[in-house]
Design a protein around this ligand. Sequence first.
Ligand code: B1M
Length: 212
Amino acid sequence: MERTLSEIYSDVLLGHHKEVSKKIKIAIRNGIQPLTIMNEGMIAAMAEVGRLFESGEYYVPEMLVAARAMQAGMNVLKPYLSDSDTYPTGKVAIGTVKGDIHDIGKNLVKMMLEGAGFEVFDLGVDVDPEVFLGSLTGQHVDIIAMSALITTTMPAMRPVIDLLEKSGRRQEVKVIVGGAPLSEDYAHQIGADGYAPDAARAVTLAKSLLLQ
Ligand code: B1M
């Protein structure tokens, strides 16, 4: 089991997307839990990609091929990440904030929410505050979910909440935030309804907010 996981880890790190897909299928056949594959094989590899980038051993192209391998693996894992406990289905509009094009974490949150029975509208990356607000038009949305991966794009979350307030629509929707540089405290400061450190806890948070 550990060998397959470490091969998945290395293949994500090196951006071998076909190998990643192949080995994930083998891991699933061998009974390794999808969340173990995701956390120990794939997310751990992306953390190492970040470390290598910081230390100057990786550049943007290496990050990009690793991201492509990660995305290929996520597509294989998607059907296995569903949750049988799907009682409070709701609607979520999710996006990565203005100025930020990182979407792997956002896509993972989306996949896990869908697996838990939520209907998710994906607004994409580099999303303007007006587009978050616009997602409420013509449909009922329970939760707006924002992701940010860079310290300089975190401040793009507050304008979305301010715009919801100015337009008089803040009370009709919950706002949740997440992404590596975020914290519970930051979420509180900007007036969000909740923060989740990872995709699994984003699902728990979304479910709990629907019950409020
Ligand atoms: Co960039 N990048 N990147 N990058 N990148 C980081 C974020 C960085 C930390 C790398 C580093 O220096 N160590 C750094 C930011 C530093 C900072 O904050 N100051 C950085 C930088 C600097 C940049 C550029 C500026 C580089 C450049 O051009 N010089 C540039 C910025 C572009 C832009 O957005 N304007 C850039 C570009 C890129 C690529 C395009 C090459 C690529 C992204 C490809 C893509 O997303 N399609 C990329 C990548 C791959 C990374 C790292 C290596 C990996 C990110 C990732 O996908 N992780 C990243 C380093 C790192 O994270 N260690 C890095 C895996 C993913 C599953 O985790 O997204 O954290 P994450 O999601 C987690 C949680 O955060 C949480 O759930 C997920 C886990 O379950 N979560 C939520 C996320 N969103 C959530 C929302 C929620 C709840 C939970 O509720 C709504």
